[in-house]
Design a protein around this ligand. Structure first.
Ligand code: SF4
Length: 325
């Protein structure tokens, strides 16, 4: 029997909203959500640490991708007070087939948000913070300045915290990427999400080579900045395509690759083509390390921001080790 998890149906905000959460997907045929294999088991939210994280997030009026994307690691991460802040609202201007973030026309930017994120980072006592955002194709700079202001506010209010940004592609808006790099985050992450042959179905508003070029450009602008990218597997890609993508990322000098299993948020989202086994993830990790990444995280529950703090320390150690050779 298939267990159907429909986060839309379970979302208490749904009843308060007249509009559907993903209007562009409303007319799509339903696809059954496959039962997860036994190797995908997660900690349920509800611990003391989770409650404390939840309180601080809500008190500052912040949005997290942990909740909006329905991340399976929320119970584990929030227990350790690791949350990934999603800035510039809860509404995305794209319509990716895999993503559970609400889509539509976003509201105006909240100018106080950078300071709220900085305060929450300090109160959570985060050694490393990850900040991501919805796509804001409606803004003239794609939200680049808001990212830069958020980085500056975290530096001011929580000076000991290292900062990782996970950005959209800024729709090739001139100067946007440069604004974010000039704000000097410690890690610049931009996810390719999938192999090029799946883009039209999975990530129709984006272009594979533009995303790759964006990552390459970060290194050209600041060779000391760590770069990172991630993909989901189980979307119908071939193994050879994943290996080619690894080569493409190495050509762009990307330091850190994350690979995780795609999970279907609702019946209207892209179906899971298959569940990749833990051994296959280990094999991907071994090949990617051999191709020269400083760090690779590949497992069914790997997500861009999962264990990001510990991984940042490993990245630094890997770079220092390479320099000492
Ligand atoms: S993996 Fe990332 S998005 Fe998921 S709960 Fe952890 S911090 Fe949040």
């Amino acid at each position: 029997m298939a267990v159907v998890v429909d986060l839309i149906a379970n979302d208490p905000r749904k009843s308060a909203e007249a509009a559907p959460r993903h209007p562009e997907k409303a007319k799509r045929p339903d696809t059954p959500v496959l039962r997860k294999p036994e190797w995908i088991r997660v900690k349920a939210p509800g611990s003391k640490g989770w409650a404390e994280t939840n309180r601080i997030v809500k008190e500052h009026g912040l949005i997290t991708v942990c909740e909006e994307a329905g991340c399976p690691n929320l119970g584990e991460c929030w227990d350790k007070k690791h949350a990934t802040f999603m800035i510039m609202g809860d509404t995305c201007t794209r319509a990716c087939a895999f993503c559970n973030v609400k889509t539509g026309l976003p509201a105006a930017l909240e100018t106080g948000e950078p300071a709220y994120v900085g305060e929450a980072t300090a109160r959570l006592g985060l050694a490393h913070v990850v900040v991501t955002s919805v796509d804001r194709d409606d803004l003239e700079d794609g939200g680049a300045r808001h990212f830069a202001e958020t980085i500056a506010a975290i530096r001011r209010l929580s000076p000991g915290t290292t900062i990782e940004v996970l950005t959209p592609d800024f729709l090739r808006k001139p100067g946007a990427l440069e604004i974010v790099v000039a704000a000097r985050p410690d890690v610049f992450n931009h996810n390719l999400e999938t192999v090029p042959s799946r883009y039209l179905t999975v990530r129709p508003g984006a272009r594979y080579f533009h995303s790759l070029r964006l990552l390459q450009r970060v290194k050209e602008l600041d060779p000391t900045m760590f770069t990172k990218s991630g993909i989901m597997v189980g979307l119908g890609e071939e193994r050879n395509e994943v290996l080619q993508l690894m080569d493409d990322l190495r050509s762009a000098e990307v330091d850190f690759l994350t690979i995780g299993q795609y999970l279907q948020p609702t019946r209207k989202h892209h179906p899971v083509a298959r569940f990749v086994t833990p051994d296959e993830f280990k094999a991907y990790e071994a090949v990617a390390m051999a191709k020269g990444f400083l760090l690779v995280s590949a497992s069914p529950l790997t997500r861009s921001s999962h264990h990001a703090g510990a991984d940042f320390a490993r990245l630094q150690a890997a770079r220092a080790g390479k320099a000492g050779r």
